[in-house]
Every structure is written in structure tokens, then in C-alpha cells.
Design a protein around this ligand. Structure first.
Ligand code: NAP
Length: 498
């Protein structure tokens, strides 16, 4: 286990070199005051690169999750009553502590998630940008005064915190998917409970520890860990929770939406994607190839906005591949803890099986393997960067989220043809296209049925812009001035002063 600069960070949960398993006597009551030393209530956390146990987290029971809701309930009113400025100051102090511990947080993330250290550092900074953005945005929750139809009337609109919130987050961005829910919730005056994915719960607990140290009152932010169905039941059924924000797969999103029906919770769903990446013949091909590397291979292809279906205009296909393939060959795979590495392991064996079976199906149906296609000897979970061409609509890879390092290239002849192909999916999260033509820019960006469109760029995520999807990629927006609205209710106030 790599040593952290701050030995107090997660000291309870990390496995240290001198111990073969986590030391139960070392535990503090950071967020699990109700659990005991029973090993049955612990879940190991593994390094996806080599399978080593790097730590553990509690498996909270239903009663413990309900107690966490009660804790939130007991401080919800006092947190909402604080001034926006006071909440902002605490969020800023949290952000300062995250910056001060950035290297350690990145190390923890790489150990539990596998992504290269440089990406982990980038994610911690990205995660922190949401805290700083919403610390400011909380001071700008303005209502309205509306001209009334009667002289004696006054009409006002108040924006108020919705109340206790819950968040369920995935493993591919163990910090940023948390802060982009927690920061707006806290800034708006809501308390929040967070259930991180059980592959990557340590980053969440480290963030919680730093929030506690920053002085965010106990009960305002609570991370609960354990069986997802148990936690999910409480998060969706408990009427004290007013809002659920979920990031993860479309299948689980559907289940949670159905479960929330009984308590009619406000919902935000950030679900799966199937992003098209279109290269028109007039594009800057160097820039397009660079953008595709970023949009395809970040996090080993495991992002919801990863380019999934690549459409290259037929007449420039060879030219584009001549630029693109050497860039893929230059990607360095390995243990994410090495700074030189560009691509680490996939999260687990099921992910490897899914990616290899999508590849096999495509090759069986006539795709051409241009590079990669095999497992790297360094780790059974590293799939070498792969490029296939001649992808057709009958292949599974053309419809499913790949979530792995495979570039699947198809060709097209006309703008209308490629727009129809790009929109031929249940998903609508991110789409990318490359062109220098101004009129086409408008036509294509308006025609794409997606929540986010990147033109001449493969990187679109930022705290200042609204992130979210349409169709079966979900609804709700995170980041930007829109993100805080998800945690507010609109109250219309009509007065007769005559
Ligand atoms: P997942 O299987 O849906 O899991 C996401 C979270 O839901 C995890 O915390 C998981 O907990 C929990 N969960 C699973 N079943 C549950 C249930 N029945 N009740 C309550 N919670 C439950 O997704 P994933 O494989 O972790 O993440 C990858 C997916 O997330 C991809 O589809 C990706 O596109 C999507 N994603 C979307 C966005 C976006 O902003 N749109 C961003 C990132 C990722 P456990 O891990 O403990 O089972």
C-alpha cells in the first residue's frame, strides 16, 4: 500500500503495509458510529490493477441508514437557516482542505479505481471546482417579484431548499460525481446522504472526513456504504428524503425511478450514454484525432460521455486513420500509480468480459481489427487500446455503451445520413462533431438529440456548464446556474395588501 502524505487521512479504513487486513482496533467513529467490530459488516475494497485489498468500509444496515436520515432531519432546519455566506465559507474551507490533500486523494482514487494518477489529480481538481462554483452560486439564489394583475396584489416567488437529499454515485468518477451533487445541495441549504459505488467508496469517505474537518456540521453530509438495494430502499422509500440524485446506469435509474413513485420524490437521473463522434471531411483532422483520443480513452473508455460510435466521412477515412492510429499506438498502459501511464485497468472482470464480448461480436460480424484487441500481460484487467473499422448497425457495439478502450469506426456519405445514424439510439447524453463549416455547425448541433454537444473538442465537462442528458440518458442538470435549481423548490407567494 502506498504511503499517504497525510497519515490521518482515512487511517481507519486503509490497509497499511504492516497489516494483512484492516485493523479494527484503529477505527474511529468518523461516519459509522453505529457499526461494531464484526467483520461481517465490512466490505473489502480492491485495487483493480492487481486485485490487492487496499482497505475496507462498513456495510451499513437498514437501521443505520435510517439513523443517518434521522441525523439529517435533526439538522436540516438549522442548516437551511444559516446564511448563504456562512454555508459558502464552510464549502470554501472544505475546498481548501481538498486542495491541501490533493495528492493523497488522487492516490486513493487510483488505488481503488485504477485510473492513471494524472487523471485522478485532474478529477480531484474538477470535483473541487464544483464546490467552489456552488459556494459562490449559493449566494445568488434569487427569487422574483412579478407585476400583479390587481392593484392590491403583490406576487413574489421564493426559492427555498427542498430539504433532505440523497445521492447514489458510480465508480467511474469516485469524487466528481459526489461533489457535483453535494456542493449544490449544501449551498442551497439542504442536507445530503451519499451512497458511493462499493468499488470506490474510499474517495467518498476521504471527502467526508475533510468536510468534517472543515467544520460542516455533523449530519449535514453523511456517506453511507453497503448493500446498494438496502440503501436504495431507504433512499427511495423514506418520506423524510425529498430528493434523490442518481448517476449510474439506465437500468438502475429505471428501478430507482419506479421505487421513488411511492413517495413522489424529486429526481435527477444522470444515466448511460452512447455518444456519436462525427468527423466531416472539412474538419481539421489532426484536431479531430486528438479530440477522439481524449473522448475515447480517458479513464480507459469508462466515462458516460466517452465517444462510443465513431462516424468518419468515407472519403477521408484512410487519411484520418493514418493520423489516428499512431496516436493510439503511443498510449502507454499500466499501473495507474505510474505517472507515465495513460490507460489503466478496467474496473473489474465483468467489465473486461463485456468489452471482449462486444469486440468478438463485432469481429464475427465483419469488423476489421486495426490494432489491439488483446489483454495486456501486466494485468488481467487491462484491455490494450483497440481500433476496429467497418462497424455496421447490426453489431452490438453500435448500440451498447462500450465502457472500454475500443474505437469503433463506421463511415458515412452525407450529413443527413450521419445525423440519422447518430440519433438512432435510446440514449441522448453527449455528442461530438468536427467541422469548420459555419452553416453546418448550426444545422448539426440543432439536429443532434443530445443534452450536450461538443464541436471541434472532445472534452466538454466543466463546472460552469449544464451537464445532463435527454431520452434514456435521464433528466436534470448538474453544474452551472441550472445545477442548484435541482435542490430548490419554487414557492409562489400572493399577498393582498388592499
Ligand atoms: P450502476 O451499476 O448503475 O451503479 C451506480 C450506483 O448505483 C452504484 O453506487 C451502485 O451501487 C448503485 N446501485 C446499483 N443497484 C442499485 C439498486 N438496486 N438500488 C440502489 N442503488 C443501486 O452503474 P455503474 O456501473 O456504477 O456506473 C456506470 C454507469 O454510470 C454507466 O452507464 C455510465 O454511463 C453511467 N454514468 C453516467 C453519468 C452521467 O452523468 N450521465 C456519469 C458517470 C457514469 P453498488 O456499486 O454498491 O452496487
Amino acid at each position: 500500500m502506498t504511503t499517504l502524505k497525510n497519515p490521518a487521512l482515512l487511517k481507519t479504513y486503509l490497509v497499511h503495509p504492516s497489516t494483512s487486513s484492516a485493523n479494527s482496533n484503529d477505527r474511529d467513529n468518523n461516519n459509522d458510529s453505529n457499526d461494531n467490530n464484526d467483520n461481517a459488516k465490512r466490505v473489502d475494497v480492491n485495487n483493480p490493477f492487481n486485485g490487492e485489498v487496499i482497505g475496507w468500509v462498513p456495510s451499513h444496515t437498514k437501521q443505520e441508514v435510517e439513523q443517518a436520515v434521522a441525523n439529517a432531519d435533526s439538522v436540516q432546519a438549522s442548516w437551511a437557516a444559516q446564511t448563504a455566506e456562512a454555508r459558502s465559507d464552510l464549502l470554501m474551507q472544505w475546498a481548501d482542505l481538498i486542495d491541501a490533500n490533493l495528492d493523497d486523494l488522487a492516490t486513493i482514487m487510483t488505488l481503488e479505481q485504477g485510473k492513471p494518477l494524472k487523471e485522478s489529480r485532474g478529477e480531484i481538481s474538477y470535483a473541487n471546482s464544483f464546490i467552489r462554483w456552488f459556494a459562490e452560486e449559493g449566494k445568488r439564489i434569487y427569487g422574483d417579484v412579478i407585476p400583479a394583475p390587481k392593484a392590491s396584489q403583490r406576487i413574489s416567488v421564493l426559492k427555498q431548499p427542498i430539504g433532505i437529499c440523497a445521492a447514489i454515485t458510480p465508480w467511474n468518477f469516485p469524487a466528481a460525481m459526489i461533489t457535483r451533487k453535494v456542493a449544490p445541495a449544501l449551498a442551497a441549504g439542504c442536507t445530503i446522504l451519499v451512497k458511493p459505488a462499493m468499488q470506490t467508496p474510499l474517495s467518498a469517505l476521504a471527502l467526508q472526513q475533510l468536510a468534517d474537518e472543515a467544520g460542516i456540521p455533523k449530519g449535514v453530509l453523511q456517506v453511507v456504504t453497503g448493500d446498494s438495494a438496502t440503501v436504495g430502499d431507504v433512499f427511495t422509500q423514506d418520506a423524510r428524503i425529498k430528493k434523490l440524485s442518481f448517476t449510474g446506469s439506465t437500468a438502475v435509474g429505471r428501478t430507482l425511478m419506479a421505487q421513488c413513485a411511492t413517495t413522489l420524490k424529486k429526481l435527477s437521473l444522470e444515466l448511460g450514454g452512447n455518444a456519436p463522434f462525427i468527423v466531416f471531411a472539412d474538419a481539421d483532422l489532426d484536431k479531430a484525432a486528438e479530440g477522439l483520443i481524449a473522448a475515447k480513452y480517458r479513464n480507459a473508455g469508462q466515462t458516460c460521455v466517452c465517444a462510443n460510435r465513431i462516424y468518419v466521412e468515407e472519403r477521408i477515412k484512410d487519411e484520418f486513420l493514418a493520423i489516428y492510429l499512431p496516436k493510439v499506438a503511443a498510449l502507454k498502459v499500466g499501473n495507474g500509480l505510474s505517472d507515465a501511464v495513460d490507460i489503466g485497468p478496467l474496473i473489474n472482470n465483468q467489465a473486461v468480459e463485456k468489452v471482449t464480448s462486444l469486440l468478438k461480436d463485432a469481429l464475427d460480424k465483419g469488423a476489421n481489427l486495426l490494432t489491439g484487441g488483446d489483454i495486456n500481460p501486466l494485468s488481467e484487467r487491462i484491455v490494450n487500446p483497440t481500433v476496429i473499422s467497418n462497424v455496421t448497425a447490426d453489431m452490438d457495439i453500435a448500440h451498447e455503451e462500450i465502457f472500454g478502450p475500443i474505437t469503433a469506426i463506421a463511415t458515412f456519405q452525407s450529413e443527413s445520413e450521419v445525423i440519422a445514424k447518430a440519433n438512432d439510439t435510446l440514449y441522448g447524453l453527449a455528442a461530438y462533431f468536427y467541422t469548420k463549416d459555419l452553416a453546418r455547425s448550426w444545422r448539426v448541433s440543432e439536429a443532434l438529440e443530445y443534452g450536450m454537444v461538443g464541436q471541434n473538442t472532445g472534452l466538454i465537462s466543466t463546472a460552469v456548464a449544464p451537464f445532463g442528458g435527454v431520452k434514456q440518458s435521464g433528466f436534470g442538470r448538474e453544474g452551472s446556474k441550472y445545477g442548484i435549481e435541482e435542490y430548490l423548490i419554487v414557492k409562489y407567494w400572493c399577498q393582498d395588501i388592499g
